[in-house]
Design a binder for this molecule. Structure first.
Ligand code: SF4
Ligand code: SF4
Length: 221
């Protein structure tokens, strides 16, 4: 029988191949084609400003403290009384993220009390020099009108519009991540999203609250 099995072997192999013929392709022609990313996609960070142009970062270093990869370096400084940079007492004087170490977990985003740091949809960030992987405040901070900065020029790979997409999970969910708040903005307006309603927090929308209560009752069930 072994000679017969050997004879059939190649045909079994071809059968595997033939079963795939006609099935929809899973691969795409990247980068000419790109997949639509999930709303909560974790891409490159940005440092945001308020609609009046003030920086949201208050230099509290919570993001650096919570970062499991230890890749954020922040130093705060007192705001000059005559020309404050942020609405707080202090602002982020130095802000750096070592993207080579970042694991894109978004814990910095969750820890930030002012929603100064958020993540976007851009992930094409490869560099050939190690130093270029360390993003400085100049590269992370958006312009006063909300336009993001990026160290590399736009190209087939780098679609800078992705830096304005998403605003991280803040646009996708509630601060506590409750599914009933998916798509509800719980977000302090920033320079590029100044038309968004002011942050409502949770449990302030009667319809959603009703949905949350029903879900909770079902869970407790
Ligand atoms: S996404 Fe995670 S690993 Fe990256 S800087 Fe933020 S906390 Fe650190
Ligand atoms: S980004 Fe947020 S958490 Fe980090 S230092 Fe600035 S205000 Fe604090």
């Amino acid at each position: 029988m072994s000679w017969f099995a050997d004879l059939l072997g190649p045909f079994r192999g071809f059968a595997v191949t033939m079963r795939q013929v006609g099935k929809p392709r899973l691969t795409i022609k990247y980068p000419a084609q790109k997949r639509v990313k999930p709303e909560r996609f974790h891409g490159r960070h940005v440092l945001n400003r308020y609609p009046d142009g003030m920086e949201k970062c208050i230099g509290c270093e919570l993001c650096a403290g919570v970062c499991p990869a230890n890749c954020i370096y922040v130093r705060g400084a007192d705001n000059p009384p005559e020309e404050p940079v942020s609405p707080g007492e202090r602002f982020g004087f130095v802000y750096e993220i070592n993207m080579l170490r970042c694991i894109f977990c978004a814990m910095c985003v969750e820890a930030c009390p002012t929603q100064a740091i958020t993540m976007t949809h851009l992930f094409e960030m490869s560099v050939t020099e190690r130093a270029d992987g360390i993003y400085t405040k100049d590269e992370l901070l958006v312009e006063p009108d909300g336009t993001p900065n990026h160290p590399q020029p736009p190209s087939e790979l780098i679609d800078l519009d992705e830096l304005t997409a998403g605003d991280g999970w803040m646009r996708a969910t509630s601060p506590a991540g409750h599914a009933a708040y998916e798509g509800v903005v719980a977000w302090t307006p920033s320079a590029r999203t100044g038309d968004l309603p002011a942050e409502r927090g949770q449990m302030s929308d009667p319809q959603l609250d009703a949905g949350v209560s029903e879900e909770k009752e079902a869970d407790d069930g």
